[in-house]
Ligand binder design. Structure first.
Ligand code: ATP
Ligand code: MG
Length: 262
């Protein structure tokens, strides 16, 4: 069964997509066959960071025009990618149950993926909460800002009250140092756990990285040997803590998904 990691935050613009994309690329390169799902259907942009323009996407699947394997795009390093598309609000709302069903099927059936990474939208809407409830790891991206704390708290509160979820993971993005990230996480965790009966485990931090900025500006994956090594090192530290494992192998063959109906 694949491990589903959803990358979420409450607040927008904190680095969810950057984290989901770089984590997926690293998982595929060094841990096992991975599928990245861009579930941010209001502002889908994983494909921009991957510099890929799949002709079919998640909306085609959720609307029943295609089965999900038809819409999976295999990237150069073998990563399987189910792209999002910026869709009208109404359409996104009516498809939240289908997205949950798709993730449930992907989780329960063996399709050859070891990992499924889901980039979620900002906020704590029904679609986000549904996604969190079928995930093995809910990875909250935090910034050292009051607005990030407030929005992440609101997300955890909704996940607890509406879905009875109690176990969360968090990373601190754009931290100045490991020490500052620790302080930010501890402050957040103390506040949340003094009001809600949940646990939040700390999975590490990412500093401000020119490599990530350049990838956003140019619309492409982090390239260059040194840049890739820097990102891989950051991702490995987080993945080691999240999955309690180190890189295991380098994938050579991409997964060819088998058809089934959603
Ligand atoms: N560690 C980092 N160092 C430098 N810049 C970063 C870092 N992480 C994210 N950014 C930048 O922050 C901006 C927002 O990142 P991103 O799009 O990944 O956030 P998001 O949480 O997915 O946003 P949204 O809520 O709109 O989906 C981008 O310009 C990205 O390059
Ligand atoms: Mg995003």
């Amino acid at each position: 069964m694949p491990t589903i990691i959803s990358v979420t935050s409450g607040k927008g613009g904190v680095g969810k997509t950057s984290m989901a994309v770089n984590m997926s690329l690293r998982l595929q390169d060094a841990y096992g066959p991975t599928l990245l799902v861009d579930s941010d259907l209001l502002m889908a942009d994983c494909h921009v960071l991957l510099n890929s323009q799949p002709s079919l996407d998640l909306i085609d699947v959720l609307e029943g025009r295609y089965e999900w394997p038809d819409a999976v795009h295999i990237l150069d390093n073998g990563l399987s990618f189910l792209a999002g598309r910026t869709a009208p609000n109404l359409l996104v709302e009516t498809n939240t149950d289908r997205l949950t069903k798709l993730l449930t099927v992907l989780k329960s059936d063996a399709h050859g993926f070891d990992y499924i990474v889901v980039d979620t939208p900002a906020g704590s809407g029904v679609g986000v909460l549904n996604t969190l409830s079928v995930s093995d790891h809910m990875l909250i991206v935090l910034l050292g800002q009051a607005t990030s704390f407030v929005d992440a708290y609101a997300l955890i509160k909704s996940a607890y009250l509406e879905r009875q979820l109690t176990s969360f993971a968090a990373i601190v993005n754009i931290a100045k140092s490991a020490k500052q990230a620790d302080l930010i996480f501890n402050s957040f965790s103390r506040t949340v756990t003094s009001f809600l009966p949940v646990e939040i485990s700390y999975k590490g931090h990412v500093t401000w990285m020119q490599d990530i900025v350049s990838s956003s500006i140019h619309g492409g994956t982090v390239s260059g040997v040194a840049s890739k090594a820097r990102i891989a090192d950051k991702m490995d530290k987080i993945l080691k803590s999240l999955l309690v494992m180190s890189p295991v192998f380098v994938t050579t063959e991409p997964i060819i998904p088998q058809a089934f109906s959603v």
